[in-house]
Design a protein around this ligand. Structure first.
Ligand SMILES: [Zn+2]
Length: 250
């Protein structure tokens, strides 16, 4: 991480802090007797750090660093809760949710000059979008997520299917908002492309859950026993899903 640290906190103007993988953090030095340091995520997704004005900025940065995991978790929850807002406004540095982590969006201004059509690219560290395609960003991201979901799900279904000795008739990538996955009476598994927002271990749980429905078309004891054979801590994962999104049972 390479934070851009403001030189001093003695000025009254709120400065901002940029830590890689996290959105811009507004620094609010508080005067007077206020001695506590706190990190807050506002309804609009902006993150603000309130801290005593006399505090050394390095302490403030250290505090944020110690809270990175917590912040990522909170922001993930925030993104999941505001998926409809997710598509609005593709600005430089916008945190994009993928596999349970936030990656910054970089708008590439050079590609148009090169004359290429350009496309949305994920480098493993950031998303690069040619700036002239910004208006099409929503469509491009949708397309990207659908492909990503398929690339994540197909090997996972194959892997766990082989272990569990079950083969679905068909696998569909849906746009469902209300459920992450489902299993039809005809043994077709459907997964929402939104699954690409989730951490890999949670996706694995959802895959095993749906594969188990090929044998058990219910949530009986036998069903959960089978899930438990392949995902030991499925209860934690189920709870995580309930806490992170009102998606209902998979
Ligand atoms: Zn189920």
């Amino acid at each position: 991480m390479h934070p851009i640290v403001p030189e001093t906190t003695k000025t009254m103007k709120p400065a901002t802090l940029n830590l890689e993988g996290l959105p811009e953090i507004t620094l609010i030095p508080s005067r007077g007797r206020h001695k506590t340091i706190s990190l807050r995520i506002h309804d609009n997704g902006r993150v603000a750090l309130r801290f005593p004005a006399r505090m050394n900025i390095r302490h403030a940065v250290g505090f944020i660093r110690s809270k990175t995991k917590w912040l990522e978790k909170k922001l993930t929850a925030f993104r999941l809760a505001s998926q409809t807002q997710e598509a609005k406004g593709f600005f430089e540095g916008k945190p994009i949710l993928y596999l349970g982590r936030l990656f910054p969006l970089c708008l590439d201004l050079t590609q148009q000059e090169k004359g290429g059509a350009g496309q949305l690219v994920f480098t493993g560290e950031k998303f690069i979008l040619p700036a002239h395609l910004k208006d099409a960003a929503e469509r491009l991201f949708l397309c990207w997520y659908k492909k990503a979901a398929s690339n994540i799900l197909m090997p996972a279904v194959k892997h766990y299917g082989a272990m569990m000795r079950v083969i679905p008739k068909n696998i569909r990538i849906s746009s469902a908002r209300s459920r992450w996955g489902s299993c039809s009476s005809r043994d077709t598994l459907s997964f929402s492309w939104r699954i690409a927002f989730l951490p890999q271990d949670i996706i694995d749980y959802i895959v095993v859950h749906e594969l188990t429905h090929l044998t058990h078309k219910n949530h009986s004891r036998a069903f959960w026993d089978t899930v438990g054979n392949f995902i030991g801590d499925y209860r934690t994962k189920n709870k995580w899903l309930r806490n992170h999104h009102a998606c209902g049972p998979v």
